[in-house]
Design a protein around this ligand. Structure first.
Ligand code: ATP
Length: 505
């Protein structure tokens, strides 16, 4: 299935089956805002729970926090967001479309890289088993020329961005002959900086009201509470604070469904370490987080690390974990070594000490921080788009199935009486009553059993339990597994044990 098609199908399926709806759809929607429907909210909650358990519950040295979305405006001055949370934007005068100037150049770089990849693949085919890729890349003149070209472009782009030379960014776009993908023209406006924070007024009178921001990241709520948490939970360095919550960014180009939204949710953990031990912990968390993703059962080939070339103002190292979304490999999670930048800035601006007294070292210091920051909505999209499968079945029929990892599935078990009469519905209800205290279950008695199975496949329910006339005699049910569609007959008394083993994470 072509990638564009795949994304379109996932979006349509998400809407039709109650996972994700466009926000305020009856008014034709609001760009880059989405609502999660009955199955979407279950999947989202399950992802949150998986993250929370593996970060907070399984780590003795990580505790949780739920900070307010509104924060004192000085927070965003200290963090650098007021001055530096900008994206360079550029408009095409003919199509009137707005773009991120750096993304236009980065897309151009990707195209050059693609050409290199094609040449490498061709050479690999030609030379077969004897192919030495490293040597080929180091000696092939075409590859080398393109690499040099890419380096030059990157130096110009990142140098200009770093020093705020926006005219040079525009000149680069013109020199590279980049055209608007919509109009095909090269008729560009100036490049301007655009701050991504949403602001609003706090207070009711116009005189007394003051400007505040909707938080663009959850991290700062953790930093300003560093000492509150450390002291009350009696944490010793190294330790972490985890938080799940909404963040808001006025993205210049919000597209690709829930990949880039203006209101989204982050799951962040800030890990406080001794100065000088930051690199060690950075490497540790980089690997740990990749393991978390792989534990979902999605193959490793769908993930990759990407090292940041241009570091944010607070970081001394940064890697993304990228996922192979239907639109290609894109950032899913960021692991950042944030140094002591945030705590130090808050300390300076607030005049309050944000230091830790290390009893082992016998001294106080501002800790260094390793951050793991993952988008909940992007994780949702990664899981949903990977899970979406269209299968041809024996006998020529087809089914659409969501192969969501069973422990994350919105509905775990569907209880289906073959028919309503003859006491089957009552029997099914008694099975349901027993299971629903532990699992999110679904009950349905309408339509043929085949149709009911298809509907459960479409929302990713791992197990369907069917109660038939034999059940009334032998107290056994048919349990059907989503992926293999295999059916087994087991006693009602063994259902709990059966599903428990398989729904465990
Ligand atoms: P990008 O480069 O894609 O804009 P970012 O580097 O600005 O992302 P971070 O500031 O590192 O993102 O935020 C951490 C995580 O939050 C990202 O890895 C992503 O999963 C999520 N995230 C960031 N912006 C958005 C958004 N607009 N919509 C949905 N998720 C987002």
């Amino acid at each position: 299935m072509a990638n564009d098609d795949r994304l379109k199908k996932v979006i349509a399926h998400a809407k039709e089956y109650g996972f994700v709806f466009p926000s305020s759809e009856i008014y034709d929607g609001l760009a880059a805002a989405y609502d999660y429907g009955p199955y979407g909210v279950e999947l989202k909650n399950n992802i949150k729970q998986y993250w929370w358990k593996s970060m907070v519950q399984y780590h003795e040295n990580i505790v949780g926090l739920d900070a307010a979305i509104f924060m004192h405006p000085s927070t965003w001055k200290a963090s650098g967001h007021v001055d530096a949370f900008n994206d360079p934007m550029i408009d095409n005068k003919d199509s009137k479309k707005r773009y991120r100037a750096d993304v236009l150049v980065e897309d151009y770089l990707l195209k050059i890289e693609e050409k290199n990849k094609k040449d490498i693949a061709k050479a690999a085919k030609r030379f077969g088993a004897d192919f030495d890729q490293a040597q080929f890349e180091a000696t092939n003149p075409r590859i080398l020329k393109r690499k040099e070209e890419m380096e030059n472009i990157k130096t110009r782009l990142y140098g200009a961005l770093e020093e705020g030379r926006l005219d040079d960014v525009r000149q680069l776009i013109i020199d590279l002959g980049i055209a608007c993908p919509v109009s095909g023209s090269k008729n560009w406006t100036e490049v301007r900086q655009f701050n991504l924070m949403f602001s609003t007024q706090l207070g009711s009178t116009s005189d007394g009201a003051s400007k505040i921001y909707l938080r663009p990241e959850t991290a700062q709520g953790i930093f300003v509470n560093f000492l509150n948490v450390q002291k009350t939970a009696r944490m010793k360095i190294p330790f972490g604070i985890a938080q799940i919550g909404k963040a808001f960014r006025n993205e210049i180009v919000a597209r690709q469904f829930i990949f880039r939204m203006r209101e989204f949710e982050q799951m962040e953990m800030q890990f406080f370490v001794r100065p000088g031990e930051d690199r060690k912990w950075f490497d540790y968390w980089k690997e740990e987080r990749m393991k978390w993703h792989l534990a979902l059962g999605i193959p490793a080939s769908e993930y990759r690390f990407h090292e940041h070339e241009k570091l944010a103002h607070y970081a001394n190292a940064a890697f993304d974990i990228e996922f192979n979304f239907p639109m290609g490999f894109k950032e899913l999670e960021g692991i950042h070594s944030r140094t002591d930048f945030d705590l130090k800035s808050h300390q300076e601006l607030s005049g309050k000490k944000l230091q830790y007294h290390d009893p082992e070292l016998g001294k106080s210091y501002v800790p260094y921080v390793i951050e793991t920051s993952i988008g909940l909505d992007r994780t949702f999209l990664a899981i949903l788009s990977y899970a979406y499968q269209e299968e041809k079945l024996e006998g020529g029929s087809e089914r659409t199935v969501l192969k969501i990892p069973p422990f994350l599935a919105p509905v775990k078990i569907a209880v289906l009486p073959l028919v309503k009469k003859d006491g089957l519905a009552e029997k099914a209800h008694s099975v349901l009553e027993d299971l629903k205290t532990d699992y999110n279950c679904f009950y349905e008695e309408k339509d043929s059993i085949g149709k009911r199975y298809r509907r459960q496949d479409a929302i990713g329910t791992p197990y369907c339990i069917t109660i038939d006339h034999d059940t009334m005699q032998d107290n056994r049910v048919t349990i059907r597994e989503r992926d293999s569609m295999k059916q087994e007959r087991i006693p009602i008394s063994q259902i709990r044990e059966y599903v428990k083993e398989r729904l465990h994470f």
